[in-house]
Ligand binder design. Structure first.
Ligand code: IPE
Ligand code: IPE
Ligand code: MG
Length: 245
């Protein structure tokens, strides 16, 4: 496959898994019931990405703003993460999935952090699918932490301020070692980014669906990928230029 004929399968997909609360509300159940139900959808998209040959999948599980939710909902989400980690990591490892947590992990209690680190090191050599779980992640935080690393490199005399360009700063952003983000999906019907991958979204294709996260399955993923495959990505060029390759 040449560069002029880009693959119709996105190399890297990011998903804002939204709508768990409304899904539960429609069933007269507590919001946490919806979060629990969302686990099945996570398994579905992982399976779908492996089948399609998607290289990287980044899931927004908990934003830096989600701490503002009622204490019991935050607590239930943390418990869910712990349970999911204990239960799912074996299977992910068997599926040759590499799991990474991205975000400011320092905010989590030691036990949870330890489990996250254990899952990351255990699966570190897997290459079938790069799965990134964004927790306590914010797109602005990501840019700030990269800028701080640049500042530290300047302070150590390793680089000059003039050396800082998009490529250098981009190298310190989360997910920099992965293929570029091709497709951004948000479930739950809201048309916003909610401080997800701001830097990495620069040229991603955006896809929004009304489907609430617990109802999202491999068919829904296929619909998003099919939609992506029909897009013409011009990256600033004209349609004629793209056609000529
Ligand atoms: C997304 O679903 C899950 C998290 C933010 C953890 P929501 O909990 O935001 O569900 P809605 O948007 O209230 O329906
Ligand atoms: C974004 O969803 C965060 C996650 C899915 C983890 P939210 O439900 O928190 O976003 P807003 O509040 O609608 O912007
Ligand atoms: Mg929401």
């Amino acid at each position: 496959m040449t560069d002029s004929k880009p693959s119709t399968v996105p190399r890297h997909i990011a998903i804002v898994m939204d709508g768990n609360g409304r899904w539960a509300k429609a069933r007269h159940r507590p919001r946490t019931f919806g979060h629990n139900a969302g686990r099945k959808a996570v398994r579905e998209v992982i399976e779908g990405c492996i089948r399609q040959g998607v290289q990287a999948l980044t899931l927004f599980a908990f934003s830096s703003e989600n701490w503002k939710r009622p204490e019991d909902e935050v607590g239930a989400l943390m418990e869910l993460f712990v349970r999911a980690l204990d239960k799912e990591v074996d299977e992910l490892h068997e599926q040759q999935v590499r799991v990474r947590f991205v975000g400011d992990l320092s905010a989590f209690e030691a036990g949870l952090r330890q489990r996250m680190n254990a899952a990351m090191s255990r699966t570190a050599a897997n290459t079938r699918l790069q799965l990134n779980i964004a927790v306590n992640y914010g797109g602005r935080w990501d840019i700030v932490q990269a800028a701080r690393k640049a500042g530290e490199a300047v302070a150590r005399g390793e680089i000059r301020p003039d050396d800082i360009d998009e490529a250098l700063l981009g190298h310190w952003m989360c997910l920099a070692d992965l293929p570029p983000l091709d497709l951004f999906i948000r479930t739950g019907g809201e048309f916003r980014v909610s401080n997800f991958l701001l830097w990495q979204l620069a040229y991603a294709e955006l896809y929004f669906t009304e489907t609430l996260w617990p109802d999202f399955d491999q068919v829904s993923l296929q619909n998003a990928i099919d939609d992506y495959a029909r897009r013409e990505r011009r990256f600033g060029r004209t349609g004629d230029q793209v056609a000529q390759g």
